[in-house]
Design a protein around this ligand. Structure first.
Ligand SMILES: [Zn+2]
Ligand SMILES: [Zn+2]
Length: 254
C-alpha cells in the first residue's frame, strides 16, 4: 500500500499546502489540498477519512465533491467522528455555505454519504488497509489513526496536543514502521501550543517517551509555515536525524 503526501502544512500561505494524504488510490485522509488531485484521481476517490473538522483539514472537501458530483456512480463516503461530521454538516455543507450534497442524487443514490467512526474499532478501508481511530487531545472531534497493511503498521496523530491512548495502541505494534506526528509551533511558543492543543518539538519528545520506540523514524507535519526554520532547528537539536519533515510529494509504501 502507498501513502502519498499531497499537503503537510499547518496553515496556508504562498507555497504551502494544507494537510492531505492519499492512502492508496481510493482513500484520502483529510481534504485540505484535495483539489490538487487530477479529475481522474478525484473520481477514483471513494472515501475521505477526516481526522477532524477544523478548516485546514476540510477546506477542499466541498470542491472535490462538487467537481465529481455529475460523474460519480457511487457516493463519496466521508468518515469521521460523530462530532467532526456534525460540524461539517451543520456549519459547512448545510445549503448555506455550500450545498448539502447528501440531498443531491446521482443515478446511483446520493452524491455524498456520512459514516461515523467508532472510537478504537478497527475498520477496513477501500484497498484493504485497516484503520483504528483513536481519540486525541484536540478540538473538532479529533482522531488519530493506526493504519495496518499486510506487512506493517504506521501511526498518524492528526492534530493533537499531548495525548496518551494512541501511543499505548501504537506501542503494541511490533511491526510499527513509522510515526507521523504533528508539530505546529517552535519550542519558545509552548504556551500557544498547549492552549491550542498542538505540539512543539519539546512536547513531541515527551510523546515519544510515552511511545518508547526509539527505533522508529518520525515524520513531522502540520508546521505553521512561518515557523518552519525555527521548528526544524528545534527538531534537529532534540532528535538529530530521527525526525524529518514530511513534504508534499513524499510517497511511502508499507
Ligand atoms: Zn490542523
Ligand atoms: Zn485542528
Amino acid at each position: 500500500m502507498f501513502l502519498e503526501i499531497l499537503g503537510a502544512d499547518g496553515s496556508k500561505q504562498a507555497g504551502s499546502h494544507l494537510v492531505t494524504m492519499r492512502l492508496g488510490s481510493s482513500v484520502l485522509i483529510d481534504a485540505g489540498s484535495a483539489s490538487s488531485l487530477t479529475n481522474t484521481e478525484q473520481l477514483r476517490t471513494e472515501m475521505v477519512l477526516l481526522t477532524h473538522a477544523h478548516l485546514d483539514h476540510v477546506l477542499e472537501l466541498g470542491f472535490i465533491v462538487d467537481a465529481t458530483a455529475s460523474q460519480r456512480d457511487q457516493p463519496l463516503v466521508v468518515k469521521g467522528s460523530k462530532a467532526a461530521l456534525a460540524i461539517v454538516m451543520d456549519h459547512y455543507m448545510n445549503d448555506l455555505i455550500w450545498p448539502d450534497f447528501t440531498n443531491i442524487s446521482t443515478t446511483h443514490g446520493p452524491t455524498l454519504v456520512y459514516e461515523e467512526l467508532e472510537e478504537q474499532e478497527w475498520i477496513e478501508l477501500p484497498g484493504g488497509i485497516h484503520a483504528l481511530p483513536v481519540a486525541v487531545n484536540h478540538g473538532a472531534g479529533a482522531r488519530g489513526f493506526l493504519f495496518r497493511s499486510d506487512s506493517s503498521c504506521i501511526v498518524y496523530t492528526g492534530d493533537t496536543g499531548p495525548t496518551n491512548s494512541i501511543w499505548g495502541r501504537a506501542a503494541e505494534m511490533d511491526d510499527l514502521k513509522m510515526v507521523i506526528a504533528e508539530t505546529s509551533f517552535p519550542d519558545r511558543l509552548t504556551d500557544i501550543a498547549v492552549a491550542s492543543d498542538h505540539l512543539t518539538p519539546e512536547l513531541l519528545e515527551g510523546e515519544m517517551k510515552k511511545l518508547g520506540r526509539p527505533d522508529v523514524p518520525i515524520y513531522v507535519f502540520h508546521l505553521k509555515p512561518w515557523f518552519r526554520h525555527e521548528i526544524e532547528r528545534d527538531l534537529r537539536r532534540r532528535f538529530q536525524d530521527r525526525a524529518v519533515l514530511l513534504m508534499r510529494g513524499d510517497r511511502f509504501t508499507f
